[in-house]
Design a protein around this ligand. Structure first.
Ligand SMILES: Cc1ncc(COP(=O)(O)O)c(C=O)c1O
Length: 392
């Protein structure tokens, strides 16, 4: 008996608590409550959320309609597999087609941005029978095998991911694109509506239109990654709609279900589906569908695209013209303020002294990815803080 106790005691002494795999840099804040564009931490401190949980919060935190729809759904049925009829998926496809102007496209539902891009790249390769992909410098498309291979950051690519044939070109360099397409072995060109993680780089409308023409001419699939720039973030449903082009495939996630994991791929009618070609266990589940439908309800009822556009224009027009700022880029609720020096002290002061969450891109850019419902008064709170911090 005493032997068993001794054994238990020594077991406890040597036992360690499991820790998290340490991959994220964390703010020193523990959110416990949120509403609209505001968050409260465990000490009751309120924060203004200009980061939107990395562009995920579209209609605002805990919107009452969203909470209601999701709770109702959970009490009915939360999950079954993709082997049964799920009318919510059809409702979402119909609504999404109408609101985005892509009624003639089909929808494949999955769970995240990387998964959407992975499926888009597969579709393009199945369709063309080719494998090389053109992507752009400073791109970010996710962390799964194909998605990370078309991401311009060797630091996050394992040797296993580097086997994909990918050619990186400069954004807006249409001649380089033409030269590569002319080789005849390109399955797809993948491009973000506005580059997000790479530092809010906006392709020119002229480049996008020529890209559309050239991909068509050379039989390559044009994939628009709208995972960060889509779903109303820039004031149009998709950022590429500012350029007047229609891609073959559009990938979505982030804002789609306001924080409930959900991704999707819009697919042009030129692609032929076959059973089993794509698939996923969780994609299109009842809760994700309820959340995504509630997002579209609120977007329409509260004119959130228009609001994102107007408040974005207001911020762009009222940012101080400080010589510490190198350039300001972006649209709507996707704005990058590039400084000459590191933004770490400014972001720290915004968080600690003004209680404002912001995002970052690289070392010198403050990235604003606020929920689409940000008000002008809330924008003013940020503008006043930044003016003081820049001694303006
Ligand atoms: C443009 C873009 N594509 C893809 C992704 C990957 O999305 P996820 O993290 O949901 O896989 C991101 C995420 O930040 C993104 O910004």
């Amino acid at each position: 008996m005493s032997n068993a106790n001794d054994l238990q005691r020594s077991d406890l002494q040597t036992k360690k608590n499991m820790k998290l795999f340490d991959v994220y840099s964390l703010f020193d804040v523990t959110p416990v409550k949120a509403e609209g564009c505001r968050i409260w931490d465990d000490k009751g401190q309120e924060y203004l959320d200009l980061y939107g949980g990395h562009a995920v919060i579209s209609i605002g935190h805990t919107h009452p309609h969203y909470v209601q729809v999701l709770s109702d759904q959970l009490s009915k049925i939360g999950f079954y597999s993709n082997s049964v009829q799920n009318p919510l998926q059809e409702q979402l496809a119909e609504r999404l087609g109408r609101i985005s102007g892509y009624e003639d496209y089909t929808l494949f539902l999955d769970n995240s941005g990387a998964e959407s891009n992975e499926n888009a790249l597969k579709l393009a390769s199945f369709h063309t029978g080719k494998s090389r992909v053109i992507a752009f410098h400073r791109s970010f498309h996710g962390r799964t095998s194909g998605a990370v291979a078309v991401t311009d950051n060797p630091k996050i690519q394992a040797p296993f991911n580097q086997c994909h044939p990918v050619t990186f070109l400069d954004l807006n360099d249409i001649l380089a694109v033409e030269q590569e397409l002319a080789k005849g072995d390109v399955a797809a060109v993948i491009i973000e509506g506005i580059q997000g993680c790479g530092g809010i780089h906006v392709p020119t409308a002229e480049f996008m239109r020529s890209l559309r023409e050239l991909t068509q001419q050379h039989g390559a699939v044009l994939i628009l990654d709208e995972i960060q720039s889509g779903y109303g973030r820039t004031g149009k449903f998709f950022a590429h709609q500012w350029y007047g082009v229609r891609p073959d495939i559009i990938t979505m996630a982030k804002g789609m279900a306001n924080g409930f994991p959900c991704g999707g791929v819009l697919i042009s009618p030129m692609f032929q589906a076959t059973k089993g070609m794509l698939g996923t266990t969780f994609g299109g589940n009842y809760l994700a569908m309820a959340a995504a439908l509630a997002v579209l309800d609120v977007m329409e009822q509260e004119n959130l695209l228009e609001n994102a556009h107007n408040v974005g224009e207001y911020i762009l027009a009222n940012l101080p013209k400080s010589d510490k700022i190198k350039e300001v880029r972006g649209r709507g609720m996707m704005i990058g303020i590039e400084f000459h020096d590191s933004v770490a002290p400014i972001r720290q002061a915004l968080l600690k002294d003004y209680h404002i969450f912001t995002g970052v891109a690289g070392t010198n850019m403050v990235r604003l990815l606020a929920p689409l419902c940000l008000t002008q008064e809330q924008a003013d709170r940020f503008l006043s803080a930044i003016k003081v911090l820049l001694n303006y």
